[in-house]
Ligand binder design. Structure first.
Ligand code: AGP
Length: 613
């Protein structure tokens, strides 16, 4: 949460930083600010609200300089006000800080600083950092040493970026704890900093990812990476293959809409290089999985949050059905505080688009401590989840900017499908004919997705009709049960309509009491093994006056007769059906939110990467 950008070089830092912040607004949009070193003085502009307010402010009152830092905030400590907006300056005007994360010991530090007579101007935990650096700067004279001393006193998980008028040719940044990523972008006679790749991707593809407890000092010509104890670290330079254009909205109104439509490409890329259609084989090289290791696995635990956890639920189904290995799905924020039964024969798979979700990372650390093999299904290259895992499956979705996850939901479904086949193959528990059929079915996916995307007009019409609903009940069964959860989450997070996902078979145990003409039921009923059960559920809802919208397989006359609305999906092999059935629900949520005039890409109270607890 919170986006950070920094620049040092010969160009004007202001437009580079504002442009970078635009790409990071998905990380937080409560306030935005920028600090530039102008004629030896720190100039700050900041405002509550979205980035466009800051941009207008800078236009009215321009600032220029070759070194600067910027921030978009997702408020944790203190309301989203101007005073609480980053960057934060100290009392001397010599130091400025932007920060992503929570200073867990800030009350203790604040007390110490108050006792020194320092006055606070904001309610943020961040302000303690800048005062602490200034305090040490008073004693040390060396800015880097003062920053290092101050930063090593912070507890929690952070990315911090700071500069000072005392040493006007450098920016210092640090990563503390697991969350709060810091990325260094290497230029020619200039260098960049960001909390996330898309902010600087248009300027460089050569990037260094800081590990926890590492500091970096940037000048325009040099990047010096050290541990907090001052020992040098040889940086690993990664070349990022993402296309900078994929981090732009292009012709679409919103990133979410663009990302929904990108699923043909992301799923094509998901298969590329991993599926051998001739041999009917799967290869997932970065998992480092051998037949011996596959045979040792006694249990798999999938851990994740939100949409990623729902993808994990489909993953459970696929692995249990195809590879016959027991799988549990555990919400990361719960798993991390339990004493889960995990040993060296357990594989823990973390699913995460960002690879920076604090709860997921904590769950991964716990699993590692308990001796499990750790795998990650992760999108952001170089993210912490990718780095701490023993093996990973990289989602081939490119950057996902919309806060509501779409293409980073369907990619893991296909990744789990491939993983299940690979595990079954390596363990020798699948017949060749069946394996070949499962692999061959994958070929259909991009085309099926493309077909559904062409049905957007019908979905817009339904959205027009449903846009004023107050509540909705999403029902699914079997492999499509998690799609009910995911469909409901999409609707609630961007349109602020209450929605519940429910296993359809549980209706009679309580929720059916909710059904009346004001509570639409959205049923996911493709031609899969639970089809008949879903039909009887739809009939029960109809009998109670509910209006029913059904996701159904083309040509299904029974559904056509029963339902008030149908989102038709093409016939799909049932183990792949969740990849297909979720897409109309993504579009439905998108169009409802859009018709309600809401900010689809930046829904209230949310941020893309949840790097705090
Ligand atoms: C998705 O629409 C949500 N915004 C959210 O549930 C998200 O999936 C969750 O926070 C997990 O994020 P991650 O995949 O980056 O770990």
């Amino acid at each position: 949460m919170c986006g950070i950008v920094g620049y040092i070089g010969d160009q004007d830092a202001t437009p580079i930083i504002l442009n970078g912040l635009k790409k990071l607004e998905y990380r937080g949009y409560d306030s935005a600010g920028i600090a530039v070193l102008q004629d030896g003085k720190i100039e700050v502009r900041r405002d509550a609200g979205k980035l466009n307010k800051l941009t207008a402010m800078v236009e009215m009152n321009p600032m220029t300089g070759n070194l600067g830092i910027g921030h978009t905030r997702w408020a944790t400590h203190g309301m989203p006000t101007v005073n609480n907006a980053h960057p934060h300056m100290g009392s001397t005007g010599e130091v400025v800080v932007v920060h992503n994360g929570i200073v867990e010991n800030y009350l203790e530090l604040k007390e110490e600083l108050l006792a020194e007579g320092i006055q606070f101007k904001s309610e943020t935990d961040t302000e303690t950092i800048v005062h602490l650096i200034e305090l040490y700067l008073g004693l040390e004279a060396d800015f880097t040493a003062a920053a290092c001393k101050a930063l090593s006193r912070l507890r929690g998980a952070h990315g911090v970026v700071t500069f000072s008028t005392r040493e006007p040719d450098k920016i210092v940044a640090a990563r503390i704890g697991n969350a709060g990523g810091v990325v260094v972008g290497l230029g020619d006679g200039e260098n960049y900093l960001a909390s996330d790749i898309p902010a600087i991707l248009e300027y460089t593809r050569r990037m260094i990812f800081l590990e926890s407890e590492q500091m970096v000092v940037l000048t325009k010509d040099e990047v010096k990476l050290t541990n907090f104890d001052g020992s040098p670290v040889k940086p690993e330079i990664n070349t990022i293959s993402w296309d900078p254009v994929s981090a732009e909205k292009g012709e679409y109104r919103h990133f979410m809409q663009k990302e929904i439509h990108e699923q043909v490409r992301s799923l094509t890329d998901t298969l590329a290089g991993r599926v051998d259609f001739d041999q009917g084989k799967i290869s997932l090289a970065q998992l480092n999985l051998t037949a011996e290791k596959a045979k040792q696995i006694q249990k798999i635990i999938i851990t994740a949050c939100g949409t990623a956890a729902y993808a994990g639920m489909v993953g459970k189904f696929l692995i249990e059905h195809i590879a016959r290995i027991p799988v549990e799905v555990d919400i990361a924020s719960e798993f991390r505080y339990r004493d889960p039964i995990v040993d060296e024969n357990t594989v823990v798979i973390a699913v995460s688009q960002s690879g920076e979700t604090a709860d997921t990372l904590a769950a991964m650390e716990l699993a590692k401590r308990k001796g499990a093999t750790l795998w990650a299904n992760v999108n952001v290259i170089g993210s912490q989840a990718m780095r701490i895992s023993d093996g990973f499956i990289s989602m081939q979705t490119g950057p996902e900017i919309g806060v509501a996850s779409t293409k980073a939901f369907t990619a893991p479904l296909v990744d789990f499908y491939m993983l299940a086949i690979l595990l079954a193959d390596l363990r020798g528990t699948i017949k060749e004919k069946e394996r070949r059929q499962l692999v061959s079915d994958l070929r259909l996916v991009p085309n099926l997705v493309s077909k559904i995307l062409q049905s957007e007009e019908g979905i817009i019409q339904a959205a027009r009709e449903f846009k004023f609903i107050k509540s909705a009940l999403y029902l699914g069964r079997g492999i499509n049960m998690p799609i009910a959860y995911e469909g409901a989450l999409k609707l609630k997070e961007i349109s602020y309509i209450h929605a519940e996902g429910y296993p359809a078979g549980e209706m009679k145990h309580g929720p059916i009491a909710l059904v009346d003409r004001d509570m639409p039921v959205i049923a996911i009923a493709p031609k899969d093994p639970w089809y008949e059960k879903m039909i009887s559920q739809i009939e029960q809802a109809k009998a109670r006056g509910g209006s029913v919208l059904v996701v159904a397989t083309e040509g299904d006359e029974k559904v056509a007769e029963l339902a008030d609305h149908v989102f038709w999906v093409p016939e799909t092999p049932w183990l792949l059906s969740p990849v297909i059935t979720v897409i109309p629900l993504q579009m439905f949520a998108y169009h409802i939110a859009s018709l309600r005039g809401l900010d689809v890409d930046q829904p209230r109270n949310l941020a893309k990467s949840v790097t705090v607890e």
